[in-house]
Structure formats: structure tokens, C-alpha cells
Design a protein around this ligand. Structure first.
Ligand code: ARG
Length: 589
């Protein structure tokens, strides 16, 4: 496994060397290299430098060019405009660097030397509740970040902070005690499997029935409240019933995650209840250190810059005046656990932007307590709202939140229709399998391809379209390449650096070469949409290449091999990139 420096970094380095040789007084100035339409790269750094050195930029640029020794990477360096450098690399350099990538299982992408441990909090549905589109975003974005960070060499610990604690369990458990068969399954017995749907419909029914009773029957309400006290006191029978709700919910969660083609592991599910033992101590530490203070009986943390509409300070309430703990106490305890026991250097929270104020206060509190500092950082990867086609928050016609499973089923159905239409030699079974891969891929890609912070419209027609920025387009590009490789017969992909490249081959090649940089940026900025944009551009550049350059019918056997080589590396890069986003690349479509 050898990491391969990109041409951009090689060029950058040669220019930097030329700069410091020609203008030692400039120190280690940045040549400011970027990709360019005029040439392969353009460097603008000399302009600012000339200002600083009070020199003529074109003259300085010429001196820099002269100071760069002849080499086989930089083919042409031209001074242009007021003092830019336009740089063209040689065709051989492009093919050679790609050959080095092709020889490496990681496509030459380096590991991050400064890798640490990231604990990522994502895919956190709530017990006894249906999963909706908001849970989709956290799961999809979180899973992509897990893969991307692990690919860079980061140690990743997954945490599914499910909502499995709170006063609502008093009502649920009390109802189950009074209606003991409500969670029984139709198909009971050895080996009988309960479907996620059945589990959820049981829970739904129970939730509605107990809520109705709670709202209408004062005596039930009193019994339910007493049950909360039993639960918090750790009463065995109460806890056992609570566990049944959690287990039943997990059957449902797993069925949805499976549909989403996501790998969720049981030990990583550490819900709110997992921090119960720490809550008391968290409060004690915060109070003793003066980070939190008692205010009207409640334990609160105040902030200078966080005020309510009336201008009064809005505190973070760590413990309520009745002694109860809430969401904040749990999150603060989870931070202690993740920093002190899991040894995290980064805490990443993939949570709805509507919880940003909560996390801002929680992080600031943790900093004051010393749990977070310059070595241990926390970041909320906040995501926006999923909107309906009309641009309003996504609701059913009846005004209810949309069930995630219904959306996924519909996406798979639509995608299957698209696959069927295009399918030439696919069996029914294959159409069903591809339909799921295309449909779920479409949903994930739509979610990942816009920057997470933005709201987006859930538009299935657009998502499963073959044209435009969709996963289907990427999957077809991949499958088309596989089909060419199958048709190639005895011809094998092989790099031929001696050949001259067409413009579209160069553009494709340079883009392939920048994969590692995109991975690094995506990981550093927690921005999966950058990887998605890269892949879309890769597929587009491939489409242009394919329409301009015959592959199997190229002029010479060497050219056939070299183009097959470009096809193959494109496919491998697409496959790797899509896998990091959690999207399948079927070999045939
Ligand atoms: N269960 C919460 C919800 O559905 C999300 C939990 C986010 N994570 C956290 N550590 N607070 O909104």
C-alpha cells in the first residue's frame, strides 16, 4: 500500500522550490495552485508576492520559471496576464501517476498522519416511535462519515444515542402491566420471526392506547407517574418491561436499517439509558466546579450570549427542580464517557440543525468543565429539513409526518420500474435486487449530494432520473464500464505512458488523480457532498471521454489497452467513492 502524490501536489512542490530559488527573500511563499481551464493548472501566488516585494509580477514570474529545472512532469510553464503561471503537465506524467494509483488497493490515497479517534453519534431513533425522514438524514450522513473517516485511517467509534429513556415509559409500562398481552406476537413459537412492521404496529397501537388513557383517566395518570418513579429507582419488574419495549423497537429499527442497506451493530447502540449511572456525578462535578448553579431549585448553566426573546438569559437545565434529569444531563454524561473512557479526540454529532442551540450550550458547558479543550473537540454536523415537493416540511396529505419505510418502499418501487425498462438480460430476481440497490442509492445520494446544512426537497422523480446529478447516473456509468471490460475479450487494461492523450482523456485523468485530495477535504470538513460532487464530475468527464474516444475500436492495440486502463481506473474510483457513501455499484444494470 503506497500512497501516490497527486500531480497537483508535485507541481505545487516544484513551483515552491522554483519560488524560493528565484526569490529567496520571499521565504516559503505559497504559489497558490489550482486547476484551470486554460492549462492544467494555474498559479496566482506571484501577484501577491510581487506586491509584497514591490517588484514587477511578470518579471518575477519569469525568474521563477527560469529557476525550475527541466523535468518530465511540467511540460509547459507560461507567464500569462499580469503575472500568472499557466502550467501544463506531460501526458506521460498523467498516465504514470494513474498507473501508480491503479497498482494500489487504496488508489494511492494516503492515510491521515494526524489521525485520532472520532466518536460519531448518528442514527438515533426513538424507542416505541416510528422512524421518519429526519432519522434518514442522520443515518445516511453518519454512515457515510464513518466510512470516509475510517478510510483515512481514523479510529471510529459509533454511537447510536437512541431515545430509550424518559417519562413516557411510565405510561407505556403501566399500560402493558394492565394489558399484558399487547406486545405478544401473532406468530409465537420456536424460530418464529417477528417482522419489523409487526413490531412497530404493536408499539404504535400501544403508544396510542396508553396516551389516550393517560390523557383521559386521572387515576391511570397517577399510576403511570408512580411507574416512572419505579423505573428510575431500578425496580426489577418495571425494568424488565421497559426492556421489552426496547427489544421490540430494535426489531423494528434493524428492519429499517436493513432496508437502508446499513450495518448497525448492537454494541454500538448505547441509548440515553446507558448514561443513567453517570448523571448524578455529572451534576455534582458541574455544581462543585461552579460551572452550574442552583436557580429556583434547578441546576443551570448560564451563557452571556444566549438570551430569550425578552432578553433574559436562557440557561441549560442540567437537573430539574424536582430532581429529574433531562436530555442535557445525558448528553453531558455521554461526553464524559466518550472523552474519558473511549479516549476520543473528536466528537461528531450528526443531528438536526434544530438542535443546534442545545449542542452549542452542551459543548460550551463541557469546555468550561474541561472535558473539551484544544485536544478534544466537538462538532455538530447539523443537517437541514427534508421538504416535500412543494417546499414545505414533508408531510402526508393528512398532515402527518411521513413514515420512513413508506418512502423507502416507494423509492425502490420507482427504481425497479427504471431498471426494468432498461434491463436487457436481467431476470426478475435480478431486477428486484438492482431495484433495491438503485432505489436506496437514489435516496442516499439525494441526501448526501447537497451540503448537509441545507434543506432539500424529497423528489423521487428527480432522484431516480437517469440524467443529472443522481446516483442512478453514476451507477449506469459504472455498469457501462463493466460491460466494456467484459466485451474487451483478450484486451487487458494497461497503461501506456508513451501515447499522446486526447483532451478528454487528460481531463478525465487529472480528475482521477485528485481523488485523494477530495477524500481528505471531505473528511476534514465533514462534508460528504464534496465527495458526491467529485463522483458526479467523474462520471460526466467519463461520459465525454467515452463519446469522444473509441475504446475497443481505438486505432492501435496499445491505445485500446490504455483506454481500457482509463475505464478500469474510473470504475474503481467510482466504486470506492460510492462505497464510502454507502451506495452499491451493480456490475450490470
Ligand atoms: N433521538 C434524538 C432525536 O430523535 C436524537 C439524538 C441525538 N444525539 C444526541 N446525543 N443527543 O431527535
Amino acid at each position: 500500500m503506497a500512497s501516490v502524490p497527486s500531480l497537483a501536489s508535485t507541481v505545487q512542490q516544484r513551483l515552491a522550490e522554483g519560488l524560493s530559488a528565484a526569490l529567496p527573500e520571499a521565504g516559503s511563499a505559497d504559489p497558490l495552485l489550482r486547476r484551470s481551464d486554460r492549462a492544467d493548472f494555474q498559479a496566482n501566488g506571484i501577484l501577491a508576492l510581487a506586491k509584497q516585494l514591490k517588484g514587477n509580477p511578470r518579471e518575477l514570474a519569469t525568474k521563477v520559471v527560469e529557476a525550475i529545472p527541466a523535468n518530465d512532469v511540467l511540460q509547459v510553464i507560461e507567464v500569462s496576464g499580469p503575472g500568472f503561471l499557466n502550467i501544463t503537465v506531460s501526458d506521460a506524467a498523467i498516465v504514470n501517476t494513474l498507473a501508480a494509483r491503479a497498482a494500489d488497493a487504496r488508489l494511492g490515497v494516503p492515510f491521515n498522519e494526524a489521525a485520532g479517534t472520532t466518536v460519531i453519534d448518528y442514527a438515533q431513533p426513538n424507542v416505541a416511535k416510528e422512524m421518519h425522514v429526519g432519522h434518514l438524514r442522520s443515518a445516511v450522513i453518519g454512515a457515510a462519515m464513518v466510512e470516509i473517516l475510517e478510510f483515512t485511517g481514523e479510529q471510529v467509534v459509533r454511537r447510536h444515542h437512541i431515545g430509550d429513556w424518559g417519562t413516557q415509559f411510565g405510561m407505556l409500562i403501566q399500560y402493558l402491566i394492565e394489558h399484558p398481552h399487547e406486545l405478544d406476537h401473532k406468530a409465537e413459537g420456536a424460530g418464529a420471526e417477528v417482522s419489523g412492521e409487526e413490531a412497530m404496529s404493536n408499539l404504535n397501537r400501544l403508544y396510542k392506547a396508553s396516551r389516550a388513557l393517560f390523557d383521559s383517566d386521572e387515576e391511570f395518570k397517577t399510576r403511570a407517574r408512580a411507574r416512572v418513579v419505579d423505573l428510575q429507582a431500578g425496580d426489577e419488574q418495571t425494568l424488565a418491561l421497559w426492556q421489552r419495549f426496547v427489544d421490540e423497537s430494535k426489531i423494528y429499527f434493524y428492519s429499517v436499517f436493513e432496508k437502508l442497506d446499513m450495518d448497525i451493530r448492537d454494541p454500538d447502540i448505547v441509548g440515553e439509558s446507558g448514561y443513567n449511572d453517570m448523571l448524578q456525578e455529572t451534576c455534582r462535578i458541574l455544581e462543585e466546579s461552579g460551572v452550574a448553579v442552583r436557580s429556583e431549585g434547578a441546576l443551570c448553566v448560564f451563557f452571556d450570549d444566549i438570551k430569550g426573546p425578552e432578553g433574559n438569559p436562557v440557561p441549560l437545565i442540567v437537573q430539574k427542580s424536582d430532581g429529574g434529569f433531562g436530555y442535557a444531563a445525558t448528553d453531558l454524561s455521554a461526553i464524559r464517557d466518550r472523552v474519558q473512557n473511549l479516549k476520543a479526540s473528536t466528537l461528531l454529532y450528526v443531528v438536526d440543525a434544530r438542535q443546534s442551540l442545545h449542542f452549542k450550550m452542551v459543548f460550551e458547558t463541557a469546555r468550561r468543565a474541561g472535558w473539551l479543550n484544544d485536544e478534544v473537540k466537538a462538532h455538530q454536523l447539523a443537517f437541514g429539513t427534508v421538504l416535500g415537493k412543494d417546499g414545505k416540511p414533508f408531510k402526508t396529505r393528512e398532515g402527518e409526518t411521513v413514515r420512513l419505510v413508506d418512502l423507502l418502499d416507494e423509492a425502490v418501487e420507482r427504481a425497479s420500474a427504471v431498471v426494468r425498462e432498461k434491463a436487457q438480460d436481467l431476470s426478475e430476481e435480478e431486477i428486484a435486487e438492482r431495484g433495491a440497490q438503485v432505489g436506496i442509492g437514489a435516496v442516499k445520494y439525494a441526501d448526501l449530494s447537497t451540503s448537509a446544512a441545507r434543506d432539500y426537497k424529497f423528489d423521487l422523480d428527480q432522484m431516480v432520473s437517469l440524467n443529472g446529478d443522481t446516483s442512478v447516473y453514476l451507477q449506469y456509468a459504472y455498469a457501462r464500464i463493466q460491460s466494456i471490460l467484459r466485451k474487451a475479450g483478450d484486451a487487458r487494461p494497461a497503461a501506456h505512458p508513451e501515447l499522446a492523450l486526447a483532451a478528454s482523456e487528460r481531463a478525465l485523468g487529472l480528475h482521477l488523480d485528485s481523488f485523494g485530495e477530495v477524500i481528505q477535504e471531505t473528511a476534514e470538513e465533514f462534508a460528504p457532498h464534496k465527495l458526491a460532487a467529485y463522483l458526479y464530475q467523474l462520471a460526466s468527464l467519463y461520459t465525454t471521454f467515452y463519446s469522444e474516444c473509441p475504446v475497443l475500436k481505438a486505432d492501435t492495440p496499445e491505445q485500446v489497452e490504455n483506454r481500457l486502463f482509463l475505464c478500469d481506473l474510473t470504475a474503481r474510483t467510482l466504486h470506492q467513492g460510492m462505497a464510502l457513501l454507502g451506495i452499491r455499484t451493480p456490475e450490470r444494470l
